[in-house]
Design a binder for this molecule. Sequence first.
Ligand code: 13P
Length: 411
Amino acid sequence: MAMVHIKDLLYHAYNNRYAVGAFEIVSLDFLQAVIDAAEKARSPVILNIVEPHFGLYDLESLMTAVVNAAKRASVPVAVHMDHCGSLETVQTAIRLGCNSVMFDAATESFPVNVELTRNVVTMAHACGIPVEGEIGYVTGFAVENGEPQPEAPVYTSIEEAKAYIDKTGVDFLAVSIGTVHGRTKTKHRLDYTRLSRIQEKVNIPCVIHGGTGLTDRQFHKLIDHGVAKINYYTVLADAMVKKVQANINRGEISYQQIFAEVRETIAKEVQRCMQLLNSAGRAAEVLIQCQPWHNVEHVIVYQPSTDDQGIIQEMLYKGKQDLSKIPGVLDVQIGRSVDSNSRYTYCWLIRFAHEDVLESYKNHPTHVAYADQYFRPIAADRMTTDYEMIDTLDWREMPSHASAARVAHST
Ligand code: 13P
């Protein structure tokens, strides 16, 4: 029920002076802890999957769990892929169910960053997906135990920030004003004047990477200066390791017990963060103002004009292969009627990320070529309908007569 458009989510935060935490998910323990915390705090939340950490898990399995948890939550949730390094990763993120992406070309020169980001924005927007871009460079260890990034941060230039937004069309801006990814020995010194001047110029929600190590006062001041999303990870990972060590040291060796307490530890810190960002207690008002995020099923039922199985199989195989690669397509399924007398023997079920994909899919050269060469010549007898998938409706919230009817029907 509660997967929502991130643009609605972040503009609500931006206009009401609070921030939404983007908590990185690296395992099912993290996922459960973050969702539990959001439910308890009645807070909107962003589930963050980070490209440099793909090596830690099976991405497809984790994403299935993340999207499922987002849809089942009773608080507003967006699913975001962070630090995507290429157009291909952005397309994968969308295919796996993310409804928000960050593209990171921050270490490139300004013109290259602009060009790469613009290409991503064009593709993602055609799929209905908002994009966060970065200008300047937030340093630190984004990759756990990985290669250190170049040490010196590059602060976001005020002029470049404005030009970057105008030229790329990004929806949210990640700024470098003194935060650092991961652990640091020294206290962060943040350049609020720079942030204010960037805000005056760009007027869109800003994003802070490197939430770990910031003080309560720094969180509040960032929000006062137009920050609506704050990324938070290392502090959670460190709390988890500390808890595992403490449990083992005290002789606790049951896996279940160790990890039940670990989840509690993460959830407590996430809840503390939600209070700090002032997002706690906002779920209801946000839900009222956010559009729910619905996939769209493109359904085609058809009767081939030939019985030649070779031609039919080629048409099916080619369609599955080609159509799956079009941006915004989540899944392509082929169906054959179980009723031999059916008017339509075959169907396609093609799931799109969002309604906006209807247009970009229709005009995509891969779709046009396939439809003209393989499909339309033998499937003139067909019916096409697009359905918004409202399968995430929460039955508990249905009017009582509807639930009663459903109970009667199922018995
Ligand atoms: P921290 O690990 O410093 O909290 O930062 C996370 C982050 O910004 C991911 O992009």
